[in-house]
Ligand binder design. Structure first.
Ligand code: BTN
Length: 334
């Protein structure tokens, strides 16, 4: 698309001018057509300076996620090859489940600027004001149903890796899938599935990342345990750029999962902040306390109880009672 090509050229000129004549020639259109596309980009929220003898120069990006821009950056293959962007939805997971039911392809991503009924784990709500990332990925893996929880761990590895690589934030994973920075939650994942007893129809991997929101948008009790990329880094972040890296990471880790799921478990273990500590796991009306020994091949947490027995736990909320060691490599800012 000419719109995307112009954007790509403006981007790659790194703040320098690109002449209208040059754009027209390389794209095989008239200078008037280039000008029309520039106007369309401005309507999309891009700040573009036009100087008669010099051409066009990109000054600023829109404060929202732009599909064309995302495709230019991520390469748009595998996860994210099809992207549905909305302004506000009840929940991207709910919309993604509906689209999956209607046949949306493996790797389709649904993202929204805000959610009016965002869903969290264990039936909680996920407060979703503007300024963050809310996305759900439709996956159709051909793997046994009991392997589905590993996809949440896969997603957690992709999110933590993106935070480390893109934002320079040393994020760790608390079992099963809370992404923490120095003990505060910066992202969370919620996986939903449609399956028959022996076959996964589709999985929706929902990811919420706190990017630029004002933490005062959260109720006090949630706020105390939360942080944002902007709060940790001390500046606002380009959400489209973050999402593009996240899609690339998800694509990579999903391909690793399909090839050899043990690689995902190894990466998860390296990034985790749970194992090796004494923990309580609560949920479903009861709570267990023990030493978090490891995770099994299906992603369940193995607790060593005080009587020496081993107890696999499939779901719950972990609280670290007593910390041993130093968590994942490089905790703290990079
Ligand atoms: C949690 O930690 O409790 C999980 C939070 C998951 C939130 C994301 S935001 C995008 C997707 N849509 C939802 O309604 N929930 C997930």
């Amino acid at each position: 698309m000419i719109h995307d090509d112009i954007l790509k050229r403006l981007r790659t000129s790194r703040g320098g001018f690109v002449s209208g004549a040059q754009l027209a020639e390389t794209l095989g259109v008239s200078r008037a057509a280039v000008w029309k596309h520039i106007k369309a980009l401005e309507r999309d929220g891009y700040g573009i300076e036009a100087v008669p003898s010099k051409g066009y120069r990109l000054l600023s990006l829109p404060d929202r996620i732009v599909a064309g821009d995302l495709a230019v950056r991520s390469g748009a293959r595998g996860i994210g090859r099809s992207i549905v962007l909305r302004d506000e939805v009840a929940s991207t997971n709910t919309l993604a489940m509906e689209l999956a039911q209607q046949g949306a392809e493996d790797g389709t991503v649904v993202s929204a600027e805000s959610q009016s009924g965002g869903k969290g784990r264990l039936g909680r709500s996920w407060i979703s004001p503007r300024g963050n990332l809310y996305l759900s990925v439709i996956l159709r893996p051909v793997v046994p149903v009991h392997k589905a929880p590993l996809l949440t761990l896969m997603g957690a590895v992709a999110v933590a890796s993106t935070l480390r690589k893109h934002s320079g934030i040393a994020a760790g994973i608390k079992w099963p899938n809370d992404i923490l920075v120095d003990g505060s939650k910066i992202a969370g994942l919620l996986t939903e599935m449609s399956a028959e007893p022996d076959r996964i129809r589709h999985i929706v991997l929902g990811i919420g990342v706190n990017v630029n929101m004002d933490l005062r948008e959260l109720p006090v009790d949630v706020r105390r345990a939360s942080t944002t990329i902007a709060a940790v880094a001390g500046r606002d972040f380009d959400r489209t750029a973050f999402l593009a890296v996240l899609l690339t990471e998800l694509d990579w880790w999903y391909s690793r999962f399909l090839k050899n799921e043990a690689e995902v478990l190894t990466a998860w273990q390296e990034l985790n902040v749970t194992l090796g500590n004494r923990v309580t796991v609560s949920g479903f009306g009861h709570s267990l306390e023990g030493a978090a020994l490891g995770i099994d091949a299906d992603g369940r947490l193995i607790l060593k109880m005080d009587d020496g027995s081993l107890r696999p736990v499939a779901a719950g909320d972990v609280t670290i009672v007593k910390k041993h060691g130093h968590g994942p490599r490089g905790q703290g800012r990079r």
